[in-house]
Ligand binder design. Structure first.
Ligand SMILES: O=C(O)c1ccccc1NCC(=O)[C@H](O)[C@H](O)COP(=O)(O)O
Length: 245
């Protein structure tokens, strides 16, 4: 089974390049990310990460302050009922699955009223083929409704994300059909910084719908730097203005 035709529509060149700042650890950092111009902020609920929200329930005040349309809750291999109940409790609507979750699990979360972003860690051509299969299955289960967006991150053995590693140019090329799909809402992640963003985007075979950063806008692991966040958003806006508008 292949992706539905509409999934391969060309990315519109008139919409802006959105920015997600991931791994914000408190309300002050969330507000700083918003002031810097981030479209989405990510809250990490994967405790081994230095970016995990502590306590997790503090998500409620961040969602209330920023609005559920701007806040993404990130989970790694948590049971569906746990994610759904937690999201309901703190008001989250956008969920990022950053582990080995199945299309069926994504479908169940969507049935619970959540918008699912699926992250794929891409280390080789087989990982690209697996991502395609995952998307085909999810689309077949949900008539193309799930996932809401998909995120392409680097693969580092033994780690799930926030690694600072970048995707090799050859792998970006292999992602071309998915990166060129507006319906998939492709998000580019992995080792992005204010300094390298334009260069990384130049290597992309098509413009992503959004760019995502965690470590590249920090002064230390888990500590977001307002100046670096603003510089990252400015770099994204500059690139979009010069290339796409
Ligand atoms: O950021 C983390 O520490 C993390 C830990 C476990 C799973 C996912 C994690 N982050 C997910 C993200 O969306 C990051 O923004 C993405 O991996 C890119 O991170 P970075 O290379 O540091 O920009």
């Amino acid at each position: 089974m292949s992706l539905p035709d509409h999934a391969y529509a060309a990315v519109s060149s008139s919409s802006p390049l959105r920015v997600k700042i991931c791994g914000v650890v408190n309300l002050a950092a969330a507000n700083a990310a918003r002031r810097a111009g981030a479209d989405w902020i990510g809250l990490n609920f994967s405790p081994p990460s230095p970016r995990a929200l502590d306590p997790p329930e503090s998500a409620a005040e961040i969602v209330a302050a920023l609005g559920h349309e701007r806040v993404v809750g990130l989970f790694v291999n948590r049971p569906v009922p746990e994610i759904a109940a937690f999201a309901q409790r703190v008001g989250l609507r956008l969920i990022q699955l950053h582990g080995d979750e199945t299309p069926k699990e994504a479908q169940l979360l969507a049935s619970a009223g959540l918008q699912v972003i699926k992250a794929f860690r891409i280390g080789d051509a087989e990982a690209i083929a697996q991502a395609r299969r995952w998307l085909d299955q999810a689309h077949a289960l949900t008539q193309g409704q799930v996932p809401f967006a998909c995120l392409f991150d680097a693969f580092v053995p033994g780690r799930f994300g926030g690694t600072g590693a970048t995707l090799a140019a050859s792998l970006l090329e292999g992602l071309r059909p998915m990166m060129a799909s507006s319906a998939l809402r492709p998000i580019l992640a992995g080792g992005l910084t204010p300094e390298n963003l334009a260069e990384r985007l130049e290597l992309c075979p098509a413009r992503p719908w959004m760019v995502d950063v965690a470590g590249g806008v920090e002064s230390a692991p888990g500590v977001k730097d307002p100046t670096r966040m603003a510089a990252f958003v400015a770099a994204a806006r500059r690139f979009a203005a010069s290339r796409f508008e």
